[in-house]
Design a protein around this ligand. Structure first.
Ligand code: AMP
Length: 387
């Protein structure tokens, strides 16, 4: 039995604890928000991530620390490392928290990405501080490659952007300049706070969830097909019809990241699929929304495997138990009865107050074939506006 500390106490933390209790583990959460979805399940310390005395209290008696939120300050993790091992390693957070660092890291490993540059530099623009392409290409003391990015393009904040927040599609130089003037610095006041990416007219969005333990054993879940609205995940599907070539590409790329970071825990990489090729969009060093189907749809859930990896236990099978769908409940909730009367519906509610764009729960179906699965999704659509 291990005492596991979790940074962040949202729904991912809640599902981690729900997976870890049957294995005999104890949990403790740390999250500045006091009314978090995990609060009912375990002790919860609600202090600022910079409060070192609160962190020390949190760490007392813990065997291992993990996190369920990738914007936990890296300094918080580094501080906690003095008291207990933290998995996944802090370096994974460093890579994932900045979209420019992350995409450059993918490139260094030979993982294809959409074209990208900082701000509008491929358009010959200098920012308000007079930084130009040359100086910016040397940030972090390394020479970075900046691509020529054509319109349409996607302008995103390098840090703190998620669920489509902090990003906009720009179609012209005028829109780019306007976008830059509306957010040219990030919260640290960095003048190079935005990344400009090629707009990819992808065929599909896919994610791979991988897990690696201390002994270096690695397992992969099958590629998941993801459908978004307004940049937020609405529906994930495990269809069973992913080609082995595509699965191999994704596993190969995930393996490179896992090895480069000497990774322990669950890692998710999100891809755009275009003409049979995968382009890496971003990674999350944690359990992921596109993996919620694994609770009922896989021999071992992503949450249990995260707990197993963090506690140095053998990894569980990642085999799917059928074709699966996970429907996110966002902003508002359906009447629970209308969902529960659909045969096979697994309803998960996160105990959160409804608010626009907020993830409040999800529904999973595990079926034998796609036709039955589609019927179930259609029944949900009668009770809930999905797209
Ligand atoms: P992200 O926060 O990077 O995961 O973006 C959220 C969603 O916006 C993605 O899942 C895509 O649907 C869309 N998106 C992000 N970047 C691009 C891009 N470069 N080209 C096309 N669509 C994108």
């Amino acid at each position: 039995m291990s005492h596991i500390g979790v940074l962040g106490a949202g729904q991912l933390g809640r599902m981690l604890a729900l997976a870890g209790y049957p294995l005999g583990h104890r949990f403790r959460f740390f999250d500045p928000a006091s009314d978090s979805p995990s609060s009912l399940l375990a002790d919860h310390l609600a202090f600022d991530y910079a409060d070192t005395s609160a962190l020390e209290k949190f760490a007392h008696g813990l065997d291992v620390v993990t996190y369920e939120f990738e914007n936990v300050p890296v300094e918080t993790v580094r501080y906690l490392e003095k008291f207990a091992p933290v998995y996944p390693p802090a370096i994974a957070l460093e890579k994932a928290q900045d979209r420019f660092v992350e995409k450059s890291f993918f490139r260094e490993l030979g993982i294809p990405t959409p074209k990208f540059t900082i701000n509008g530099l491929s358009h010959g623009l200098t920012d308000e501080n007079g930084l130009n392409k040359q100086t910016l290409s040397r940030i972090h003391g390394e020479k970075r490659t900046l691509d020529e990015v054509e319109f349409p393009a996607v302008l995103k904040t390098r840090r703190m952007g998620y669920d489509g927040k902090g990003q906009a599609v720009v179609h012209s130089e005028a829109e780019l300049i306007s976008g830059l003037s509306h957010g040219n610095t990030d919260k640290n006041g960095q003048a190079d706070g935005l990344i400009l990416e090629e707009f990819v007219s992808f065929d599909r969005e896919l994610s791979i969830i991988a897990v690696r333990n201390k002994s270096g054993d690695v397992k992969f879940y099958p590629l998941i097909e993801n459908h978004h609205r307004d940049g937020i995940l609405r529906l994930s599907l495990v269809t069973g019809n992913i080609s082995s070539d595509l699965q191999k590409q994704a596993e190969g790329y995930a393996t490179k990241v896992l090895s480069a970071l000497n990774y322990i825990g669950v890692l998710t990489i999100e891809f755009f699929e275009k003409d049979g090729r995968l382009l890496a969009n971003e990674m999350a060093p944690r359990v992921h929304n596109s993996g919620h189907w694994t609770i009922e749809g896989s021999a071992t859930s992503q949450f249990e495997n995260q707990v197993r990896a963090a506690t140095d236990a053998p990894l569980g099978s990642t085999n799917p138990l059928g074709v699966c769908a996970m429907v996110n409940l966002i902003g508002n909730l359906p009447d629970a009865t209308s969902i529960l009367k659909i045969e096979g519906a697994h309803l998960h509610l996160y105990d959160k107050e409804p608010r626009a764009k907020r993830k409040l729960g999800h529904i999973t179906f595990v079926e034998k074939d796609m036709e039955t699965l589609q019927k179930k999704i259609d029944l949900v659509k009668e009770a809930y506006e999905l797209f």
